[in-house]
Write a protein that binds this ligand. Structure first.
Ligand SMILES: [Zn+2]
Ligand SMILES: [Zn+2]
Length: 783
């Protein structure tokens, strides 16, 4: 098929001819932020708009000459100067910009305003922020094709007869007359038996055919609607939330929907989305990447069958992503459902009417590269800019959102306390694993204790399915000398961290190797201790080891091929994961075992037992959020049980069964947990009571790293004001991939104080983001 040069590309070529001319006095001026990470001109650089591009506005992606070599560089028009405005530099020094970007992208003004806020709040240059907002697929116009369609010309009127044509050309016209029209030029050439399009182009030139051109982004099918189920009648609690939130359409207002798992939060969202569209507005629904299974998307698409739904997530092909983005930009979708970055959906100005963030507590909403934004916090800001309501939902709200609702009352709390009709609250049992091990007669049983094993057996006998969680990949995470007198332990040569043993079963023979989960370095598992020569042993937990034990305890699972391990090693693409869930959903898989990938959002009615192999993995983290994470994980995974008519059960193994996070998660008492945890945070002056920013310095030299961190801290101190500076100190993992890491923490009672210090530091050129410096505002990660 022909993929002809687009008209936009031709404009580019023409404009480039003028680009070298000197700038005449009357050309309009614009401020352009380049995409490269330079922060030396945080507000952008001034360029002139050549006549042919004088229509370009703020939000247009362009190419500008940069530096002495005038290197063509991608950037964004962030502002047009007024006709009388002083650019601050002499006119003759202002260069004309080279061209509009071939993608033709112009971001809506609201999105530009949003990007400016992200840039300032997360201390990331505006050009870099804009670059990360625009999907690469859109920038590269992946999937965009231009097609030429042809049709028979109407019969000529009067004397204006058409020139004579050859027999062969007449044949093409005869063929066309039998086909549905208009038809693509290349398809007609093929149908007429031509080897090229040229004869047909001559027919267009001579007036026998009329040609039209059509540009479109083409991609495969995306949001497949599930079975159209009748809409359930909302419960009284659901209806109360829907009514209250609906009253706020047309203005900014924050709402928190706190509903136990299975209480039907999705039904509340769907009703609100429908109401928003009914009012002629558009909506964004953010869901964690992990729940963007065809199952969820299909269910939402089925319920919103009368609305146009766009989908944005990592499982899309590049062409699909471009197609969905373009659809949104052109106003062709009413609702967008997507992961974190869908908060940057190019909704046309003035039309955003509702933003919903499901599972708002999910750490996956935080981006771990610059700009290190939090999708939930950005969603609140975006709603504020669009003057529309924001709805956050969770069964285990983040303490930030809980505090905003319960203590500060800046968001309205809606409780959904009852599971939807037909769903039972799972009975949760916490097993003291240390005690079980001491009681065990069979010394080999190490990861799945008798209580969990018996419950699994009963569930299988009964025809049920089991979900088994262990939040740690690999085989074992501790490799050391077997001689207690020797203290050798395997650590990564490039990181201050231990290595994890993995078993490779893909080849003919089973092979053990070790991998560093920080720098991904690998080596074979040493047989003997390099210090004393005694054999090496491996301890600790990992999903591979659980799998091994399951195959021993339940041989029938292996025989029937009904056991599946789901973790980052086995699920390398979103497609693998989707396939795994499909096999579990249709009952082929009896036992799904894996990391937190399986803990969330999955809704399979036949899961009657959920087992947590160790609830302690998150508690061991060097992080003040360890308790919160543990509570979330245990409650979320327990909520997967009993979603059908049969009651569900969850068994949690722990060496510390009395830990409040575990005990309260087992009794489904979020409110008590949140109250206690907030009290602790208040006492230790930790988030959410104080806001934090973390500056991480990285350098291959230990001394240089320390010197730079000390230097930066010294430069920050004069303008800290009420902001507290802690450090510099070594990061909890003091070296990763051969680079030393030191951190400076900034703490303040109000986020604006931190923003002020970061803005001042940027304007002094102290924060050049890159390999050697990362700025993390409201960090979730403390490693
Ligand atoms: Zn490493
Ligand atoms: Zn040794």
């Amino acid at each position: 098929m022909p993929c002809t040069e687009s008209p936009r590309l031709r404009i580019v070529a023409v404009v480039s001819l003028f680009a070298s001319n000197t700038v005449s006095q009357d050309l309009p001026l614009v401020v352009v932020a380049v995409e490269r990470a330079v922060d030396r001109s945080p507000d952008g650089l001034t360029y002139a708009l050549p006549h042919a591009l004088s229509h370009l506005t703020e939000g247009a992606r362009v190419e500008v000459p940069l530096g002495r070599g005038e290197t063509p560089t991608a950037g964004w028009i962030v502002r047009r100067l007024g006709p009388t405005e002083d650019p601050g530099i002499p006119r003759e020094k202002i260069k004309p910009l080279i061209a509009q970007d071939p993608s033709g992208v112009v971001l809506p003004a609201e999105l530009m305003q949003f990007a400016r806020w992200i840039s300032a709040y997360y201390a990331c240059p505006i050009g870099m922020t804009l670059a990360s907002i625009l999907p690469a697929a859109v920038r590269k116009s992946i999937g965009r094709v231009e097609r030429t369609l042809v049709d028979l010309a109407p019969a000529p009127v009067g004397a204006a007869a058409l020139p004579k044509i050859t027999k062969r050309q007449q044949h093409a016209l005869d063929v066309l007359a039998t086909l549905p029209r208009p038809i693509e030029l290349a398809d007609l050439a093929e149908a007429a038996g031509y080897s090229s399009n040229e004869p047909l182009k001559r027919l267009v030139a001579s007036g026998h055919l009329i040609a039209t051109r059509k540009t479109a982004v083409e991609a495969g099918f995306i949001a497949r609607a599930g079975n159209i189920a009748p809409a359930p009648t909302p419960t009284a609690e659901q209806q109360a939330a829907i009514t209250a939130i609906s009253r706020d359409f047309g203005q900014f207002a924050q709402h928190l929907v706190f509903g136990v798992t299975g209480a039907g939060k999705t039904e509340v969202y769907i009703r609100l989305l429908e109401e928003c569209v009914r009012r002629g507005k558009r909506a964004i629904l953010l869901v964690p990447e992990i729940s963007l299974t065809p199952q969820t998307v299909g269910r939402i698409a089925a319920r919103l069958a009368n609305q146009k739904v766009a989908v944005l997530h990592s499982g899309l092909t590049e062409a699909q992503r471009n197609q969905q983005w373009t659809l949104l930009a052109e106003g062709g979708a009413d609702v967008v459902v997507g992961a974190r970055s869908a908060i940057f959906a190019p909704i046309p100005d003035g039309s955003l009417g509702l933003v919903v963030v499901d599972e708002e507590h999910e750490p996956g909403y935080k981006q771990d590269s610059a700009p290190r934004y939090h999708g939930r916090d950005c969603a609140i800001r975006r709603a504020q800019l669009a003057k529309c309501p924001i709805v956050l939902g969770s069964a285990t709200p983040s303490l930030e959102s809980w505090m905003n609702a319960v203590e500060r009352r800046i968001s309205t709390l809606h409780r959904l306390t009852r599971r939807a009709p037909g769903l039972n609250t799972p009975k949760v049992t916490v097993v003291d694993f240390g005690e079980e091990r001491r009681m065990a007669r069979d010394r080999r049983i190490s990861l799945i204790g008798p209580t969990l094993r018996e419950a699994m057996q009963r569930c299988f006998d009964d025809g049920g399915q089991v979900l088994l969680l262990l939040n740690r990949r690999g085989y074992a995470n501790y490799i050391a000398c077997s001689d207690p007198r020797c203290d050798w332990k395997l650590t990564c040569s490039e990181c201050d961290a231990g290595m994890v043993c993995h078993v490779d079963e893909s080849g003919a023979t089973r092979r053990s190797y070790v991998r560093c989960h920080h720098c991904l370095a690998e080596q074979l598992l040493p047989k003997n201790c390099p210090d004393c020569g005694k054999p090496v042993t491996v301890f600790g937990l990992g999903t591979q080891r659980v799998e091994e034990e399951l195959t021993r305890l339940f041989p029938s699972l292996v025989e029937g091929d009904t056991l599946l391990r789901v973790d980052g090693d086995t699920m390398q693409t979103a497609q693998h994961f989707h396939d795994a869930l499909e096999r579990f959903g249709n009952g082929q898989i009896r036992c799904l075992m894996g990391t937190q990938m399986i803990a969330k959002g999955l809704d399979f009615p036949n899961v009657r037992l959920v087992g947590v192999v160790s609830a302690d993995t998150a508690l061991a983290l060097p992080d003040f959020r360890a308790g919160e994470r543990t509570f979330q994980l245990v409650s979320q995974v327990s909520g997967r049980a009993g979603r059908g008519e049969r009651p569900g059960r969850a068994i949690i193994q722990s060496f510390e069964p009395e830990t409040p996070a575990i005990r309260l998660a087992a009794t489904h008492d979020f409110e008590k947990f949140a109250t206690q945890e907030l009290e602790d945070r208040r006492q230790f002056a930790l988030p959410p009571y104080r806001r934090m920013a973390r500056l991480i310095l990285r350098h291959p030299g230990e001394t240089e790293c320390a010197d730079r961190a000390a230097g930066l801290a010294a430069e920050l101190r004069p303008f800290l004001g009420p902001v507290e500076l802690r450090g510099p100190s070594a990061c909890p993992i003091a070296r990763i991939a051969g680079k030393y890491r030191r951190q400076i923490e900034l703490l303040a009672d109000h986020p604006s104080e931190i923003s002020r210090v970061l803005a001042e530091a940027r304007s002094r050129g102290l924060l050049k983001l890159g390999e050697e410096l990362a700025v993390d505002v409201d960090p979730l990660n403390s490693v």
